[in-house]
Design a protein around this ligand. Sequence first.
Ligand SMILES: C[S@@+](CC[C@H](N)C(=O)[O-])C[C@H]1O[C@@H](n2cnc3c(N)ncnc32)[C@H](O)[C@@H]1O
Length: 247
Amino acid sequence: MATNGETKENQAGRHQEVGHKSLLQSDALYQYILETSVYPREPAPMKELREVTAKHPWNIMTTSADEGQFLNMLLKLINAKNTMEIGVYTGYSLLATALALPHDGKILAMDINRENYEIGLPIIQKAGVAHKIDFKEGPALPVLDQMIEDGKYHGTYDFIFVDADKDNYLNYHKRLIELVKVGGLIGYDNTLWNGSVVAPPDAQLRKYVRYYRDFVLELNKALAVDPRIEICQLPVGDGITLCRRIS
Ligand SMILES: C[S@@+](CC[C@H](N)C(=O)[O-])C[C@H]1O[C@@H](n2cnc3c(N)ncnc32)[C@H](O)[C@@H]1O
């Protein structure tokens, strides 16, 4: 029996609901944050999108509500106007971004899967922010290469959120560091990777967690010594590392 009187079954249910995004000492603590500070302030379109996404079979991929709230505030604090997102899924972090940007703000959003984006699109349209989004279907890397070759996008992005194929994060970093402004931010998501970054070698990890873990470890090491950026790794969601370009 849990200390708050919940049955084990209820606790297990909650764990399923929030567990994969919770790096806190207990799910109850995470639930407390959600119920006290996040859900009551969550904009109605984000709530609707979160609830629609919860019914989708791949819902484990969605950005958590507390991270959505964090991104929304961060973008307002830095007065972001020109942004990019790699890894959209149904669009929860995209909507958090779109709601934070001014009316003439822009988001270049990329994902290999348009079908999932289209689940969230009607909600994004209803929220009146779809005009800020330029969605490109396909792998992000060739688009970034093209932008670098064009030359005109260098140093133009205020904020870039990366939440896609973890085995390419270092490849993204090589390119994004040129596209983000000096003083701008890149946010790499999942840098604590389910807590697996500190798992012992013989730990039982789900196959995909084990596969991507080495890439995440390599990214974290590389960011920590990159002199072109200042960094701050936050235990929000599954871990997000903010990189502020300084040169
Ligand atoms: C964790 S989900 C993104 C979650 C999203 N930020 C949200 O708020 O729900 C990762 C996404 O990355 C996409 N993805 C995987 N490989 C990609 C690639 N090479 N280029 C662009 N997107 C990719 C997947 O299709 C998937 O939708």
